[in-house]
Design a binder for this molecule. Structure first.
Ligand code: TRP
Length: 327
């Protein structure tokens, strides 16, 4: 059976970009494949976090996974810091990747440009080694991620192959998978940058946003110059992004949406999309609130997931230690 593995960092409130690009797709593989979803909180601390917020967001994320249909009986749900094999394998893998390879990671380069060497933490530089450990511990075949993480998966593949070449087959070489829709939801006020909670408040919609605020933000969303609802990512990036969001929330195809709005203007489209997103989110929020309010159940789900994960992870780590001569 194939293993599908992915995770979402608890470093900000979840947005509709995280929902459409990741979470929404995860339950689909359940039953068909071995599915493992995790909360990479050790990755979150590579940028400074408020401890109370970090803890809250970790539990929030577990509750969101359950809300969107990740089923703890069919999937393993784990929290990275609670399965110590992740950090342990990451340390070992550090020695199978070079400074040069790490320095070529776009996410690191972008941040290094902005923050300079004194503003960057070593953990942030080393982030891809921990990500490789996450993935390789579970013999993951497929790793669904957003486009911006593909380079890290490529590096994971290189690390796995390098290790296998030296010590014989040890790790499954994973494949990064980008979802057909929603892989790159852009900011509402600037379609050139990815939607992110940390930008301007008008740029993103959080999963906990109120109906009023959702309607307002879609009304204010930037659009392109002609007043036509047509998908053309290169020439009409703003409306194309809105069409992708519309499609993600309704499961209507781009062609169906274009047809439906062929003789309508941006104002009508923006008001409709606002209503659709607000309605869907209010249903999800209802379920989320119920699930989130029972922390004891969340902890027991995490406990079960962690112990299943740790069984798999410790077997892999044992093999790695044997091969490398670590007692
Ligand atoms: N780096 C990923 C992100 O920012 C999160 C992540 C950490 C991850 N480890 C992973 C995703 C392993 C997939 C597999 O989105």
């Amino acid at each position: 059976m194939k293993t599908v593995f992915s995770g979402l960092k608890p470093s900000g409130d979840m947005t509709i970009g995280n929902y459409l690009g990741a979470m929404k797709h995860w339950p689909k593989d359940q039953g068909k494949h071995r599915t493992i979803f995790f909360i990479p909180n050790l990755h979150a601390i590579t940028t400074r976090q408020d401890p109370i917020q970090l803890k809250k967001r970790t539990l929030d994320l577990v509750a969101w996974l359950l809300t969107v249909g990740v089923d703890p009986d069919q999937s393993i749900i784990l929290v990275q810091s609670m399965v110590p094999q992740h950090a342990e394998l990451a340390w070992i893998l550090n020695n199978y990747v070079t400074m040069g390879e790490m320095s070529r990671m776009t996410q690191y380069k972008d941040k290094a440009k902005k923050a300079g060497p004194e503003g960057l933490l070593v953990g942030f530089f080393d982030y891809p080694a921990l990500m490789a450990a996450d993935i390789l511990l579970y013999d993951s075949n497929e790793v669904p991620v957003g486009e911006d993480q593909i380079q890290h998966i490529e590096l994971t593949r290189d690390i796995a192959k390098r290790f296998n070449t030296i010590y014989g087959d040890t790790f499954v070489v994973p494949k990064g998978v980008i979802p057909d829709t929603g892989a790159r939801i852009m900011s509402l006020d600037n379609p050139k940058i990815k939607m992110s909670k940390s930008d301007h408040p008008d740029s993103s919609i959080s999963l906990t946003e109120s109906t009023d605020s959702i309607l307002k933000k879609f009304k204010r969303a930037v659009t392109d110059s002609d007043n036509k609802i047509a998908y053309d990512k290169a020439n009409k990036p703003a409306i194309s992004n809105l069409i992708e969001i519309y499609s993600g929330f309704t499961d209507a195809s781009v062609a169906e949406i274009e047809k439906k709005y062929a003789d309508k203007n941006y104002a009508i489209f923006k008001s409709d999309i606002g209503e659709i997103v607000a309605h869907k989110l209010s249903l999800l929020q209802n379920d989320f609130n119920n699930i989130r309010s029972d922390e004891a159940s969340l902890y027991s789900i995490i406990d079960v997931g962690n112990s299943k994960a740790s069984q798999i992870a410790s077997e892999k780590l044992k093999i790695v230690k044997e091969k490398t001569g670590l007692l």
